[in-house]
Each structure stands twice: as C-alpha cells, then as structure tokens.
Design a protein around this ligand. Structure first.
Ligand SMILES: *Cc1c(COP(=O)(O)O)cnc(C)c1O
Length: 468
C-alpha cells in the first residue's frame, strides 16, 4: 500500500487525499464563492421582472443537466453554483414576481433573506437553552414582537415551525392533548391542511364535522351553536382568518363566544390572513380570543421559505403536549429558561427566527404595516378596476388582499384556459378556483412590489384572451 504524504508532497494524490479535512475549503475560496452567491441572488432579484412569473420546467432537460451518476470525486463548486442559478432555481414559480398573483405570493424581503443566510452560515440551532441561548432568545423576542403587533395576550406562547400546515397540525395535537379527542368542527372553506392534520392525528371521518357557511362564505355561527349544543363530544372548532380562496374571515368574536360557552378549543387558521391585523383590519380585532393561532411568515410577513408560527394562549399547553425527556439531553436542559424543543415535535431545529427578528429590526412594525396595508389597498384597486372593465365582474369583493372575478359568459374550462394562457405567455400567474360551484379567477395582491399598472395589465390580458 502506498504511504500517505503530507499535503503537496505526492503530486499524484487526489485533492481528497491532500487535505486533512476532506470537506475543507481555504478562506479565500469561501469568500470568492460566497460573494458569487450574493451577486447571483441580487442579479436575480434585479432582473426578476424579465422572467415569467412561472417558468415551467422540462423534466428531461432538468434531469439531464442536474442529475447523472453521483459524483465520486470533487468537482467545481463555482460551475455547480452557476448551474443552480441559471437553471434549477429559475425553473419554478417566482413568488416574489410582481405579477405572480396566484395562490399566495411569497414576496420575501431582503432583510429576511440576509437573516436566513446569516443563521445558516453560523449553523444556528434553537433546540435548547443550553445549546442555543442566543437563537432561543432571538426566537422568543421575535415571537413576542409579532404577538404584540397582532394584538395577542402577553401570556400567549409561540413556536416557529415550517409553515401553516405544521402550525395547525401542532395546534390540533396540543388542543387534543388539552381538551381530549372528541369531534372537530370546521367549514368547507377551511384550508385542506386542516382535515389532513386531523386525519394525521387519527381522527376518523365522522369525527370531522362540516359547519355550513353563510352567503359570504363565513362560518354560520347559529348553525355551529346548534351542532355543538347537540354534541356532548364536541371539543375543537376551527375558524379561518383569511381563507385562501377569498380572504374571508370567519366571525371570530361570535365563534369564540360559542367556544367559551361549550368549553371548546378555538383554533384560528390565520396562515394567510392574520398579518392583516397589523394593518388594523377590523375583522381581525378578535384574533386574541383564539386558543391557538397559525400564522405564515413566509406569506404576508415577507419571509423566505420556510416559516410558520403557532401561538397558544394557554400557558404551558405546548409543553404539556411536547416536552421531551431524554437522558442524553440532561446537560443541555435548563431549569429556568425555555428549551424550545419542548414546544414542538422537532428536536434539532434551525434558527428560523433570525430572519423574522432582522425583519422587525430593519423595517420596524411600521414598515410591515405599510407593506401589508399596501396589499389590502391593491386588492381594493383591483376590485374597482374589475367593475370598470366591460366583460368582467366581481364575484367576491376585495377581502384582505384577495379579490375574485369572472369573465361574463365564461365556463370554468374557459377560465382555466385563460389562466394557463397568461401563465404560458409570461403575463401573469393567477388562480382559477370554484366557490360553491361558481367558477372564478382569483388575484392575491400582497406583493409590495406589485403596482396598479400590474393589475391593469393583467385585467387587460384576461379580456384580450377571452375575446381572442
Ligand atoms: C397557505 C395556507 C396554509 C398552509 O400553509 P403552508 O405554509 O403552505 O403549510 C394553511 N391555511 C391557509 C389559510 C393558508 O393560506
């Protein structure tokens, strides 16, 4: 066997054998590649509008360029970074694009991107106090700032998760732990992640009960009252604060009254709409009455993926549901400071709050308020513009950044075809959906970079495509 030599001695040795640390990289090289990443990201953000809101991908081309056999020997990191920036990260929906008005845009702010980069670079972990006092403090502080901005009670506890689906899953697990299994009430406008979370938790279909909605698609409180009064096993009611379809907020105060009267846990899914409370939306004034609340910072709080917040108003309920007790964690367990691993089913968890904390510091609550209010106003502008456009009509008015419309005489298939054509030609991305059987096209206008002329251009293109 050939003897190993110190670095540089054996010229024929591979790079792997030469370095004491097979994954090491000289500092100069790290700087050069790091700056390249920064430049490529900022070039992308600056030229975003020259891309289509959705750049479709060709599976064969993607696999050919990105796949192949696993590289056995070290390769050129720079070339691979360029490939990511030129191809892999271009062929997708550009949720920060001003004419991406589909589903829920994700207009990440640059301060938040910087925060995430920093947290990743330092490999921050927020699992225990002993193992991450700094990141834990950042998370608790950021959750506290957001809690205050949303008008929640001071004793409300929070935790960051990967998104709204996980926040609601963890909320429902916490609720069940607190009030028992029983039956759960929600409307057909609740996000599909809610029934999925319930199924994941072992709820049989007949334990998931649908409450009717009124003409405005809001939870019908009288119907809820009647249903739970007749159901001694009722334990949880889920209300939506900003439905994905129409931005509709269920009557939170009235639902909270019913929940209180019958001892139910009230979970509010505000994954989309809760941030509208920061802009003073009156229908969200009673968010603080929720026992648990899901909010998605990667939607209307301008964070890059992923970030979901869960708030629980009952102190200690999260820890009673999730506290972890492992012998090998004793030396990173704190007696008087929180170990965040005890509030979530996760143990190792990234320092997700750094981006949110930096967002508050960089823009202030006032910056967020203005950005959110701008999205609400832009939907109101779109509503007026739809009304003023012959051939289009408003189906549901602007509600918390969402407006739906229909083209006069168009079928659902025609709405879908218009949407696909706009997406294919790169004009806009929007969503086609149905509201109790009525086909609509839907605009979600929460991107602070979207303007009134973006809306005008989209409406014009819709009319053009229908006539053409
Ligand atoms: C987006 C959304 C969800 C799901 O959130 P994810 O972050 O995608 O998991 C849940 N509820 C509502 C109302 C949403 O808009």
């Amino acid at each position: 066997m050939q003897e190993r030599h110190p670095a540089g001695v054996n010229a024929s040795a591979t790079a792997l054998e030469l370095s004491a640390d097979p994954l090491g990289m000289p500092a100069d090289e790290m700087r050069r590649l790091g700056h390249l990443v920064v430049d490529r990201v900022i070039d992308h953000l600056e030229s975003l509008e020259r891309l289509a809101p959705v750049e479709a991908g060709d599976g064969r081309e993607l696999r050919a360029a990105l796949g192949g056999p696993a590289p056995q020997l070290p390769g050129d990191a720079e070339e691979s970074l360029e490939l990511l920036a030129d191809l892999a990260l271009v062929q997708m929906q550009h949720v920060s694009h001003p004419r991406y008005l589909a589903r829920v845009p994700g207009p990440a702010s640059f301060a938040a991107i910087l925060g995430d980069w920093m947290a990743t670079g330092f490999n921050g972990i927020a699992a225990s106090w002993g193992g991450g006092a700094g990141p834990t403090t950042v998370e608790l502080v950021a959750l506290g700032w957001l809690r205050e901005a949303l008008g929640l009670d001071a004793r409300t506890e929070g935790i960051l998760l990967s998104g709204g689906s996980m926040a609601s899953l963890v909320a429902l697990a916490t609720a069940r732990r607190t009030v028992g299994h029983g039956t759960v009430y929600l409307t057909d406008q609740a996000h599909s992640c809610i029934p999925r979370a319930l199924r994941t938790l072992g709820y049989a279909d007949d334990r998931i009960r649908i409450v009717p909605t009124d003409a405005d698609l809001r939870l019908d409180v009288a119907a809820l009252e009647e249903l739970v009064a007749a159901d001694p096993e009722a334990t949880i009611v889920v209300a939506t604060a900003g439905s994905t379809n129409t931005g509709t907020v269920d009557p939170l105060a009235a639902v909270a009254d019913v929940a209180e009267r019958h001892g139910l846990w009230l979970h509010v899914d505000g994954a989309y709409g809760a941030p509208a409370a920061i802009a003073g939306a009156p229908e969200l004034a009673d968010l603080h009455r929720a026992d648990s609340l899901a909010v998605d910072p990667h939607k209307w709080l301008f964070q890059p993926y992923d970030a979901g917040v869960l708030y629980v108003r009952r102190p200690g309920a999260l820890e009673r549901a999730f506290a972890l007790d492992a012998e090998y964690l004793t030396d990173v367990t704190s007696d008087d400071e929180p170990d965040l691993r005890d509030r979530t089913p996760e143990l190792s968890r990234r320092a997700r709050a750094v981006k949110l904390w930096l967002t508050f510091r960089a823009y202030g609550v006032e910056g967020l308020r203005r950005a959110i209010a701008g999205g609400i106003s832009l939907a109101e502008y779109a509503e007026d513009a739809i009304r003023a456009t012959p051939g289009l009509r408003v189906v549901t008015p602007a509600r918390h950044g969402v407006v739906t419309l229909a083209v006069d005489g168009a079928s659902h298939a025609e709405h879908l075809a218009i949407g696909r054509a706009l997406e294919a030609e790169g004009t806009a991305a929007l969503t086609t959906t149905t509201l109790h059987g009525t086909s609509v096209m839907r605009l979600c206008t929460i991107n602070p970079r979207a303007t009134e002329s973006d809306i005008d251009a989209v409406l014009e293109a819709i009319v053009l495509h229908y006539r053409g």
